[in-house]
Every structure is written in structure tokens, then in C-alpha cells.
Design a binder for this molecule. Structure first.
Ligand SMILES: [Zn+2]
Ligand SMILES: [Zn+2]
Length: 796
């Protein structure tokens, strides 16, 4: 019998090993083994058991590292799918699926000695006064950590050991759970009364849970199944309205609920139903929204009652020990709910029933390094492998998800109203083209926003101001010679950070001291102009306008420390801060009842990004930020300052009209054949010599074209590389549209020049297999590298 093993080193394939007879009963798929590899012994994971090997003389496995099947089988299948779909080596996908701490056995359970009262009969033996005192403490507590007893009783280990010798107590090691949220106070909660829309959503989810209750063993997921799950719904598919048509994908729901519409309560009650059926649940939230309050809401509901279970938490800030404990608790079935950021989608839960992806449109679900997976899409594939139900929730669904819901591929659940009859905030658009100061400039704070802030401060209400850029000014410009400070490594300007008095590149982190005069030697002008706003400057200006207000800034410059983030949110909650200024960090899921005004200082910042999703992102941002206003008893107001007041993204956001925006944006996407009508694969080539990168990119483009129409890559590569300047910007090969190579929007980053080729298709599974061949065989020059990004969200 042969075991197929994925090794830790990046070789891009698996190896076969013979299972020796004495290990036959213990070697299973998912267990970790030590195998010979050349002169070395390497750890690996058994990914399959097969009867035949294609290798001539497979060597035997040396030993099993951990006999418990560490990795549940569906996760191995999921890793296999990820490697294929996201064009990365299997071992890299495995590393993503299984945390390092588990793979390498770097941490175990933390054991502490406990003192417990022993079951003894008869009279108490004669004790010294000291022993008696210690005994009384133990008798009262029944069970106490050894170390704590020593401190409590002001005694010595010897005294306690003596009591053990007398048979009065037992000293035993016990596992201590390292729980990152152990110190949070949790008050149990009961399910809330649902409104009509909420109950309808819940009923449909519960019905799907019942439909999928039979465990289904899927051997592997075929390309057509993946395409069925992830490909855009066909354009010819008629639109679905309400519940007119049974869906082909009953397992994926899109819960579209306006901000404050009570989505979380639907999640909580859906989870309770899954638990009642003996199944588990995974809840994904964006990392930034994974606050102690969020965790507490879930723990509070399941800390007692019929569905009592431990709620595990997984995110990137856990210590090694905490991660180990949480992972093992989940794998053993002791934690049946997992809440976490992106990587929690790989939680090894048993009998998975429900996956919730909250704020499904969030870009943080996408990993920006290999494997470049999107946790939302992985959730859909995992659910298919394990016969589970997926709920994607958002107030501003991604174009992709809403499109699939409208075409009947997902089931659309709508929560159109805020709970308790609260009104949506009123959104006012300020046309900044019409607003001037006395000296003829456009001010940072319009008179309308100034007035609105003044009112709130007088009434003791709170204000959030949003600007999507940190720093003081996005560029420094000499008023005489036109000199602009640029990063030497990247094709961007340096941002001025006033608090540190430096120029900083937001791409590569290059810093320079801020100049006090023009660095151009022939100029030396002392008049340097600050152009472009950032959070620091807004804070500075506000401090002058409202000297008595307590103003705090929250962006990644301030937020280097996790504790600082918690402290500021705490201070804001308790009213110690009047005005909170921040980047998108403050746009997500925060709930402050006393905030009645939200100001967006410069809405155009996201709108002008060179990305086909710029309008979608702006619409989402305004809606999400606006959602922070009026969540308490007072009505909220939103003021949006912009120089393009009639842009559809801004106008539809003003009217809270998601559907209107969707229809309009879909027309634009359809004309250009962009997602959601297609899926994108983005190939980026990088190198220090721009001409060489460009040449390689053109050769790659020609190779791709030939391979996509079915030519053999070896034959294609036999013809010499020629510089083909006549390449049209766009061609179609088979089902694929190819465009580029074009300089990347961020042409130079970290001293590397970048060119991109974009491929668009409806059938990604057939494209990725071809891309993998090209990736493996295409002869890259030494100093040019290639990355393939499937379903990219950042086009930079
Ligand atoms: Zn100058
Ligand atoms: Zn730079």
C-alpha cells in the first residue's frame, strides 16, 4: 500500500512512500509522517492512500509523527482545489489550510498542576497548625491551581506535598485553555424577536439546513462543479424576482440587509438551528470587525442553554499557544462555533452545517500573497464539499454575489428596513466646486459640515469624520520650480507625515526627512505647498476650528498597537471623545448609538482610482460609513463632500438605492465584459529593467494566445521570441479575452517595473489548468518574475 505525501518543501508535487506493514493500521489520509528524502528525513502530510505508484521504487515511511488524523479529509480536498484554482503548489495550499503551529508541532497543551480534594474516608489525621490552615483553604475551594494555593495560603510546596502524602489531596496536571478573550465578561443573552423580513430569511436558511442534513461524501470536486459554484450565472438566464423560481444552488444565500437591519440576529438563530441538528458553524468577519464586542455577542448567546458550546476564535493576532488550543478544540468537536477572519475558513470543524460570511464584499477576504485565495469563494467550494449551507451577508453586496443572486444562482434574502423602525440616515451631498474660502480656496470643511458639527457638539452628540488617506499631505510641491517629492523606488509621490516630520512612501515604506526648503539645488525656495488631504491634516484643521472638542485620529499610523485600537474605541463608546477622524478602519461594523453625524471629507478619493471597481468601492464606502450614523434613538445625518456630486455612485448612495446602483453599474461592466459577467486572471511580470519586462510580457502574451486556442506549449516555445509590436490590445482566444501587456497602474514599486496581462473568462477552471502549464514551462529571464492572481480585487 502506498501513501501519497505532500512535503513541506516547495517542490510543486507529491511523492509516494510505501506504508510498512506495522504502520498500515495507523497511516491514514491527513496524518503527519516522517519520510526519507535524499539524505534527509522530512515531515509531510499523507494526502491520499493508493494501491499503485508511478514511481519505480518508493521508499518506506519512517514513522508516524502524530497518529491522530490531524487534518480532516475535506480540508485536504479543499487544499487540492485551491492549488489548482489559484495556480499555486499544493504544499503552499496545505500550509495555508493547516496552521504552522499544528504542522510543525511547535506547541502543545499548557498543563498546570492542580490540587484537588481526595475522596478519603474516616477521620482527619493529626495535622500541624500550618497544614490545617492549608487544608481548610483546599477544603473550601475543592480544586485550586497548585501555584495559586501556595500564594493564597502563604505556604510552601513541601507543606502541600505532605497533605498529598497523607492521602488528603491529589496533585494532578490539568490542561489550561489559553483563551484570548478569557477576561471578557460575558452576560448570557436570549434570542430576540424577529421582524417579518428576518423570520423569512431565517426560515429559508433553516429549510436549506434541513435539506442538506444528510452527510454527503464527495470524493473530489470536479472542474464543472467548481464552475457551477463560482462561475458567473449565464447572461441568458432570466432574472429572478422574489421567490419565483427554485434555485439551482439552494445552499448559497445572499442576505442583503441595510445597515442596522439585524443581520447578526439572523446569523445567531441560524447557528442555533445548525447546532440543534448536531452540526457546526463557521462565521467569517473582516479582521477589523473582529472586536471583543463581536466575539462577546456570539459567546453570550451560546454560553448556556440547550445549544451551549465553546465559541472558538481564530485570527492573525493569536499567540502560538492560543492558536494551538483553539485549533485543537475545534478539531475535537469541543468548539462547534468558530468565529474568525479570513483563515478561519480552514477551521477543522466536525460536521460542518453552516458558513456565514459577513460583509462578504470586503476586500480583506482576499489574500494578497500566494495562494491568493478569496475566503468567500473558498467558503462556497468548501460548503459544496461538505454539504453545508452558506450565508453571504452585506449591506452592499459585491457585484458578483448580487448578480448571481438576481440570476437565481444564489437565493436572495432581503432585509430592507432597520430594526425597531429606525430611519436610514439622511445623506446630504455638498458640491465642493461651489464652496470657497475668502482667499478663493476650497476649504477642507465646508460651512455646511462646520455648522452640523457645531450643532452636535452643543447637543453632546458624537461625530465621525472619514477620509480614506493617512498622513498630512499626499504631496509636497515647490511653488516656484514645480518640484514634487517622489519615491525613488516607486512611481508615487511621498506623503508628508507632520507628526513625525517625515516624507513616507505608502507603497514601499521609504522615509526621508521632510525638507524645509525646495530640494532642487538651483531653486531652494522656502515656500513649499502641501497638496492633498490626509487624516493628520483633517485632525490639525479641526483642532483649530473646534478648540474645545476632544478629537482623536484613528488610522494605521496610530493603530500600530492592538491595545491602542481597543482603547480609542472604548473611549469613543464612553463619550470621552467628541469627534473621531479615521480611514476605512472606522467604516466597518462599529456600533455607536450616540453618533448622529458622519462626514465624508473627500468622497472622490476612491472614485478616481484606476480600477474598474472604483465606483463600486465608492458606493460601498459611502453606504458603510453612513451606516455608522443614527444607530441609537436619534436620527442620523451624513454629509458627503465631493467635487463630482452627480456621479452615479454618489447619487445612488445618497438615496440608499443599492439596486439602482447595481443596474447602472452592471450596464458598464457588461459593455466592457468585466466581472460580474466574467472572472479575471491577472498576470503581473516584474523586473528591474523595464524594457526587458515589457519584452517578456509581449512574448508571454503571444504564448498565451497560442496555448489558449489549443496549441501545445512545447511547440509554441520552439519558435523564437520575437518582438511583436503589432499585437492588438485585445483578442479573444476560445472563451478567453486577453488584454495587455500594459504598464500596471502602479508601474514601479519597490524598484521593480511591472507589466500586466489581463485574461477574462466565464470558465475559470479550464483557464487555470492552461495557465498552470504556461507558468511551469514559460522561460522567464533570470531577473523577471511572474505572479498569477485569480479573481484579483486590487488591479494595482
Ligand atoms: Zn523649487
Ligand atoms: Zn516607495
Amino acid at each position: 500500500v502506498i501513501a501519497r505525501v505532500s512535503l513541506e518543501i516547495a517542490l510543486g508535487r507529491e511523492f509516494d512512500y510505501v506504508i510498512p506493514p506495522e504502520l498500515e493500521s495507523v497511516v491514514k489520509e491527513g496524518c503527519r509522517v516522517l519520510v526519507p528524502f535524499g539524505p534527509r528525513h522530512l515531515p509531510g502530510i499523507v494526502t491520499a492512500i493508493v494501491s499503485d505508484s508511478t514511481y519505480p521504487n518508493p521508499k518506506p515511511i519512517i514513522r508516524v509523527i502524530s497518529a491522530e488524523a490531524v487534518v480532516p479529509l475535506p480540508l485536504i480536498k479543499l487544499a487540492r482545489w485551491m492549488a489548482r484554482y489559484y495556480c499555486c503548489p499544493l504544499e503552499q495550499a496545505m500550509k495555508t489550510v493547516i496552521p504552522e503551529i499544528v504542522r510543525r508541532n511547535r506547541a502543545g497543551w499548557l498543563k498546570r498542576l492542580y490540587v484537588k480534594i481526595a475522596p478519603f474516608k474516616g477521620d482527619l489525621p493529626r495535622l500541624t497548625k500550618r497544614q490545617l490552615q492549608v487544608w481548610h483553604i483546599i477544603e473550601e475551594l475543592q480544586e485550586v491551581p497548585f501555584q495559586k494555593l501556595i500564594e493564597l495560603a502563604h505556604t510552601t510546596p513541601a507543606t502541600v506535598r505532605r497533605l498529598e502524602d497523607l492521602g488528603l489531596i491529589e496533585i494532578v496536571p490539568q490542561t489550561i485553555l489559553r483563551d484570548p478573550y478569557a477576561n471578557e465578561v460575558v452576560v448570557p443573552t436570549a434570542p430576540l424577536q424577529l421582524n417579518m423580513a428576518q423570520s423569512n430569511a431565517l426560515n429559508q436558511i433553516v429549510a436549506a439546513l434541513k435539506e442538506t442534513q444528510q452527510p454527503k461524501h464527495i470524493e473530489s470536486i470536479t472542474p464543472s462543479e467548481v464552475d457551477a459554484a463560482l462561475a458567473p450565472a449565464p447572461v441568458t438566464e432570466p432574472e429572478v424576482t422574489e421567490t419565483s423560481k427554485p434555485s439551482t444552488m439552494p445552499r448559497v444565500f445572499l442576505l442583503h440587509g441595510v445597515t442596522g437591519s439585524g443581520k447578526t440576529e439572523v446569523y445567531l438563530q441560524a447557528i442555533a438551528n445548525a447546532l440543534a441538528m448536531g452540526r457546526s458553524a463557521i462565521v467569517l468577519v473582516p479582521e477589523i470587525a473582529l472586536t471583543p464586542q463581536t466575539v462577546e455577542r456570539f459567546r453570550a448567546r451560546f454560553i448556556q442553554g440547550p445549544h451551549k458550546t465553546y465559541v472558538a476564535v481564530l485570527h492573525s493576532h493569536l499567540s502560538a499557544g492560543e492558536r494551538h488550543d483553539q485549533w485543537q478544540m475545534i478539531r475535537r468537536g469541543q468548539a462547534r462555533i468558530v468565529i474568525g477572519a479570513r483563515s478561519a475558513i480552514f477551521a477543522p470543524v466536525q460536521s460542518l452545517g453552516l458558513i456565514i460570511v459577513d460583509e462578504e464584499h470586503e476586500h480583506t477576504y482576499k489574500q494578497e500573497e500566494s495562494p491568493r485565495y478569496n475566503a468567500r469563494d473558498v467558503a462556497i467550494v468548501r460548503a459544496q464539499l461538505e454539504n453545508a449551507v452558506v450565508v453571504l451577508g452585506s449591506a452592499t453586496p459585491s457585484m458578483e454575489s448580487y448578480y448571481n443572486a438576481r440570476r437565481g444562482k444564489y437565493r436572495l434574502l432581503e432585509l430592507p428596513m432597520r430594526i425597531d423602525g429606525r430611519k436610514m440616515p439622511k445623506v446630504r451631498i455638498i458640491d465642493m466646486r461651489q464652496v470657497y474660502t475668502k482667499d478663493g480656496y476650497h476649504p477642507t470643511i465646508s460651512p455646511q459640515l462646520h455648522e452640523a458639527i457645531t450643532q452636535r457638539l452643543e447637543r453632546g452628540e458624537q461625530v465621525i469624520l472619514f477620509i480614506n488617506r493617512r498622513g498630512y499631505a499626499s504631496l509636497l510641491e515647490c511653488t516656484l520650480c514645480g518640484y514634487v517629492a517622489r519615491c525613488p523606488n516607486c512611481s508615487v509621490t511621498m506623503t508628508f507625515h507632520r507628526s513625525k516630520d517625515i516624507l513616507l512612501c505608502h507603497v514601499c515604506g521609504e522615509t526621508q526627512p521632510a525638507p524645509d526648503k525646495c530640494p532642487n539645488e538651483r531653486c531652494g525656495n522656502r515656500q513649499i505647498k502641501f497638496v492633498g488631504l490626509g487624516t493628520e491634516r483633517v485632525e490639525h484643521i479641526l483642532g483649530k476650528l473646534f478648540p474645545k472638542a476632544k478629537i482623536t485620529r484613528m488610522d494605521s499610523d496610530v493603530m500600530d498597537r492592538k491595545e491602542e485600537y481597543r482603547r480609542i474605541l472604548g473611549d469613543f463608546r464612553t463619550g470621552k471623545i467628541d469627534i473621531l477622524i479615521g480611514t476605512q478602519m472606522i467604516a466597518k461594523g462599529l456600533h455607536f448609538p450616540n453618533v448622529t453625524l458622519v462626514g465624508i471629507i473627500y468622497a472622490d478619493l476612491t472614485l478616481h482610482q484606476p480600477d474598474f471597481r472604483a465606483a463600486e468601492r465608492t458606493f460601498q464606502l459611502i453606504t458603510q460609513v453612513a451606516g455608522r450614523a443614527g444607530r441609537g434613538e436619534f436620527e442620523g445625518e451624513v454629509i458627503v463632500q465631493t467635487f463630482t456630486p452627480f456621479h452615479p455612485a454618489i447619487q445612488f448612495a445618497r438615496r440608499h438605492d443599492y439596486q439602482g446602483f447595481f443596474e447602472r453599474e452592471l450596464q458598464f461592466r457588461a459593455e466592457l465584459k468585466y466581472p460580474p459577467l466574467t472572472r479575471v486572471a491577472l498576470i503581473t511580470l516584474r523586473g528591474r529593467n523595464p524594457d526587458k519586462v515589457h519584452f517578456t510580457a509581449r512574448y508571454l502574451r503571444r504564448t498565451l494566445e497560442a496555448v489558449l486556442v489549443g496549441q501545445n506549449i512545447e511547440d509554441v516555445l520552439k519558435t523564437p521570441a520575437v518582438c511583436d509590436f503589432a499585437t492588438p490590445p485585445l483578442t479573444t482566444s476560445g472563451d478567453v479575452i486577453i488584454s495587455g501587456p500594459a504598464p500596471a497602474p502602479l508601474f514601479k514599486a519597490h524598484s521593480y517595473y511591472r507589466f500586466q496581462i489581463m485574461l477574462r473568462t466565464r470558465y475559470m477552471m479550464s483557464l487555470v489548468d492552461k495557465l498552470a502549464r504556461v507558468q511551469a514551462e514559460f522561460p522567464l529571464p533570470d531577473d523577471v518574475s511572474m505572479t498569477v492572481d485569480i479573481d484579483p480585487l486590487e488591479m494595482s
